[in-house]
Write a new protein. Structure first.
Length: 644
């Protein structure tokens, strides 16, 4: 893994190597192991690797084929054998980058839909002067780009592009609007003039004109029909083990987050089994858990201990006292996060974990995000199975299903039928008018900002661009995409690097879930029925059967009280208010209520602080030579001429 980047000069002559050197230096935080440069005519490409796979240290991820094409592969290929079979070659004799290059030369852009894993790539074909960029289906390895009349520049970090080209750090308000309500961006980056390649997309640049296309949509017509529940359970278990195994491809120990919930415990227990059975490359799986000993209603230590006993080892415990939430960046002049990500509120915790992982020689962290969305862990108050029956005309089933859900949720029949059977089928304009908009948003965000970006409409999620017929499928896919966007792009640290991997976002597992009828996965009074049955014997019984999960509220409110003095400067003179995103008085009043334990929209408030931290980092100098010392990068003649 690591970072990619490059320049395509439309003018005569070679690209600006000075800008390329700056681009390389700025991406060294996420690609610290080496620097590979290739130049050919108007194009210069760079790759800053971060070695996290067994063969990566000795494998050149910048590859030149016999025909002269150049490929930079920044990713993990999860279907090596299947791809090699389709190509008619032996996978043992070829590296990942060679396999991908052969696929691109044989199938052109149709190859992207055949690649499984998290990746970004740049493919230069000098014979036809064509540049192709692509990213995986969730953009977990993002690609940002900038174009004007003279050049096209791309990189894994948008701040790198802005600083290398000395662009003003102007905030893209649409991105902020989507961030604050946890919705998906629409091809924009956090900075104006810089674009982001959308998930599951590729960009082709020819004759100075970029063309962008999607290469993957979930198959809306696919439906899995087994006669027995046991068949669904076994297929789910096989796919989850497969998803975990390929993410355990690492030369050293792998860490996994363990909260004691169903999803994180599944990864820990199944991953441990796979390593013991020698079905995974990593020699060791270590757990890390976040505990809140001073907040009993938020603490999951009891269930964490149950899993640790099952595994026969204690993991790393990080207490909120050791690494408190909402710790502002210690050195904002040196800290330049790409995104206003929610992870900014966990900055101290993330850095504490990264330091401990470095002591173990570990660079990979598994995370359980996406499990709730993939397997309906939070069906909430809208049982979409009712709507599935209504839209397919099975009214008797809809009524029976509604009665069962009404009794289970303890909600009147008519309200259950409205929420699960009718409301999801209404046109978007009507749903926006009838939607009970979250009060914290109305109280906290500036009224003009809400109106200009129609935040009420955005809370409904992105406009459905799929062909899903059933409301359960459409809502499930939207939820999966949103969680991938929220957690996948950047595990933010002040220094160092950690690669996060998400087994539940494995494409094969997602496609299985979307094609499985919702009533096979959940039932009234039986949340996540299929998952619990599939994991029987693999998890401790106390974990497999637990129905509740501790919430973070108490820990968050205690943090607001404990950190009040440090956060005062952000609350009293917030940039989020100066930009017009948040109402200044409402922000201060909401924080004051929270610090004294009053009920507020904690999620919205935390994301507002994350945005505040990010906005303040923008003021740390806009020129590349103004921030803290970085490793010096001097391109040698050999590096400059790798492909020339």
């Amino acid at each position: 893994m690591g970072a990619i980047g490059g320049l395509y000069s439309f003018a005569a002559g070679r690209p600006d190597l000075g800008a390329l050197e700056t681009l390389a230096r700025l991406q060294s935080q996420i690609g610290p192991d080496d620097l590979q440069i290739a130049t050919h005519g108007p194009v210069a490409l760079l790759y800053c690797p971060f070695c996290t796979q067994p063969a990566a240290a000795g494998e050149n991820r910048m590859y030149r084929s016999a025909s002269g094409d150049v490929l930079i592969w920044n990713g993990r290929l999860d279907n090596r054998r299947e791809l090699a079979t389709s190509l008619g070659v032996t996978s043992e004799n070829l590296t990942d980058v060679e396999l991908v290059c052969r696929a691109l030369e044989l199938w052109s852009c149709a190859a992207f839909s055949r690649l499984l894993g998290d990746f970004s790539l740049a493919f230069w074909q000098p014979a036809v002067r064509r540049l192709t960029l692509a990213t995986d289906i969730w953009a977990l390895k993002p690609v940002f780009y900038y174009a004007d009349s003279t050049q096209f520049v791309w990189a894994s970090r948008c701040r790198s592009i802005a600083d290398a080209l000395r662009l003003p750090l102007e905030v893209e308000e649409e991105f902020v609007a989507n961030f604050l309500i946890r919705s998906l961006p629409s091809g924009s980056s956090p900075l104006k003039r810089i674009k982001m390649l959308s998930p599951a997309s590729f960009l082709v640049l020819e004759d100075g004109r970029p063309t962008i296309r999607k290469y993957w949509f979930p198959d809306a017509s696919r439906e899995i029909r087994h006669r027995r529940d046991e068949d669904y359970e076994q297929q789910y278990l096989d796919l989850l083990q497969q998803a975990i195994a390929c993410r355990l491809e690492a030369p050293g120990p792998v860490f996994t987050e363990l909260s004691g919930g169903l999803d994180s415990s599944s990864i820990a227990c199944l991953g441990h089994q796979l390593i013991q059975q020698r079905k995974a490359a990593s020699p060791e799986l270590c757990t890390t858990s976040y505990v809140y000993r001073d907040s009993p209603s938020s603490d999951e230590s009891r269930y964490i201990s149950v899993v640790e006993s099952h595994l026969g080892r204690q993991g790393l415990h990080i207490d909120n006292d050791d690494a408190p939430l909402l710790s502002p960046p210690a050195c904002p002049s040196a800290f330049r996060p790409d995104l206003p990500a929610g992870q900014l509120i966990y900055l101290a915790r993330n850095q504490f974990l990264a330091d401990r992982m470095a002591e173990y020689g570990s660079r990979v962290l598994l995370r359980g995000f996406g499990g709730d969305q993939v397997t309906w862990g939070d069906v909430g108050l809208a049982p979409f199975a009712i709507g599935d029956h209504v839209i397919t005309g099975r009214w008797a089933r809809a009524v029976r299903s509604c009665w069962r859900w009404s009794l289970a949720l303890k909600i009147p029949f008519h309200l259950t039928f409205w929420r699960g059977g009718l409301w999801p089928l209404l046109p978007r304009a009507i749903r926006k008018r009838t939607y009970s908009f979250a009060l914290p948003v109305d109280r906290l965000f500036h009224a003009d900002f809400i109106q200009r970006f129609d935040l009420r409409d955005r809370t409904l999620g992105p406009v459905d661009d799929t062909d899903f017929h059933l409301p359960s499928q459409s809502n499930q896919y939207t939820a999966i995409r949103e969680v991938a966007h929220q957690v996948g792009w950047e595990f933010i640290l002040e220094k160092g690097c950690v690669e996060c991997r998400f087994p539940f976002l494995d494409r094969r597992l997602v496609e299985f879930a979307l094609a499985t009828p919702i009533e096979r996965m959940v039932a009234p009074k039986e949340p996540r029925r299929m998952v619990r049955q599939a994991l029987r014997g693999h998890l401790p019984p106390e974990i497999q059967t637990r129905r509740s999960k501790a919430g973070p509220d108490e820990a968050v409110y205690r943090t607001f009280a404990r950190q009040a003095a440090q956060l005062a400067r952000f609350v009293n003179d917030p940039l989020v208010a100066q930009y017009g995103f948040v109402d200044r008085d409402a922000f201060k009043a909401t924080f004051e209520r929270a610090r004294y334990g009053g009920k507020v929209g904690a999620t919205e408030l935390l994301r507002t602080f994350a945005l505040e931290f990010w906005l303040r980092s923008l003021g740390a100098g806009t020129n590349a030579d103004e921030f803290a010392p970085q490793p010096s990068v001097d391109l040698t003649e050999q590096q400059k001429e790798i492909v020339s």
